[in-house]
Ligand binder design. Structure first.
Ligand code: IPE
Ligand code: IPE
Ligand code: MG
Length: 244
């Protein structure tokens, strides 16, 4: 595949975020260990990236591991971190061929060294990708990201939202241009943010589905996008026709 963009003009500026929830319940319902749910979840990650790219989505942010997830059993945490590393190593060539630029957002100082190496490797090899920006959130906390950006504000002088967005992106290893999420999807039936995108979700349209993450596929993403297209985004304004 060529490195040039083949974006759908409709969606190329769209930033879709997904809180990928429900792996454990998916596994339990089938009498499997939670680990099997996470394994199946990794396949759903691949499917969703491919679907988003072929639909022409501009930026896709996948929330994979929150700061609060460190509180899970050590064995589950270790499994998840290993799966992230395997995923990054196995998908690098494909991401590069599909011209998808991957950045991992969140803290890196608590991740295993080998995972940080895998992150840096895939980021470097996919840096030229222009078809879609993919952001994978690992050890991410919306509040922590805001606090770390606030530390960078410095001398107490006024700061604009745009400047703060840049500081936030810098503090989370995120590309600066991709802060605002337009459509935030959460699978697994819960209707909460779990301290994930806070600043980024300020104007996001929210879409909740009961589908467990390992079952999520291209048709679910297409449904969410159809729903999004039918929404009227007002940003606090009164639509002109209604106002007259
Ligand atoms: C999402 O699935 C994966 C992570 C949060 C890392 P869960 O593991 O939260 O699955 P449930 O919510 O227990 O079903
Ligand atoms: C949110 O799921 C975290 C991710 C999907 C990365 P959780 O399962 O950790 O969230 P809670 O515990 O339901 O709030
Ligand atoms: Mg969960």
């Amino acid at each position: 595949m060529e490195q040039s963009s083949s974006r759908n003009p409709d969606l190329q500026d769209l930033h879709v975020g997904i809180i990928m929830d429900g792996n454990g319940r998916w596994a339990r319902r089938q009498g499997l260990a939670r680990l099997e749910g996470h394994r199946a979840g990794a396949l759903a990650v691949h499917r969703s990236i491919a679907a988003a790219r072929s639909l022409g989505v501009g930026v896709l942010t996948l929330f994979a591991f929150s700061e609060d997830n460190w509180q899970r059993a050590p064995g589950e945490v270790a499994t998840l971190l290993e799966l992230f590393e395997d995923f990054l190593r196995e998908e690098t060539d494909w991401l590069r061929a599909a011209a998808i630029r991957l950045s991992v957002i969140g803290r890196r100082d608590r991740l295993p060294h080998s995972l940080v190496e895998a992150i840096e490797h895939v980021e470097e090899l996919t840096a030229a990708g222009r078809a879609m920006d993919l952001r994978l959130a690992i050890d991410y906390s919306g509040r922590q990201a805001i606090l770390r950006a606030a530390e960078r504000v410095g001398d107490g002088s006024p700061v604009t939202a745009e400047e703060f967005s840049r500081l936030l992106a810098g503090a989370s290893h995120a590309p600066a241009a991709s802060v605002n999420i337009d459509l935030l999807i959460r699978t697994g039936g819960e209707r909460r943010l779990s301290d994930l995108p806070l600043w980024e979700a300020a104007h996001a349209e929210l879409y909740f589905t009961d589908r467990m993450w390992p079952d999520f596929d291209a048709s679910d993403l297409a449904l969410a996008l159809d729903d999004f297209r039918r929404r009227e985004r007002r940003f606090g304004r009164i639509p002109e026709l209604a106002a007259t």
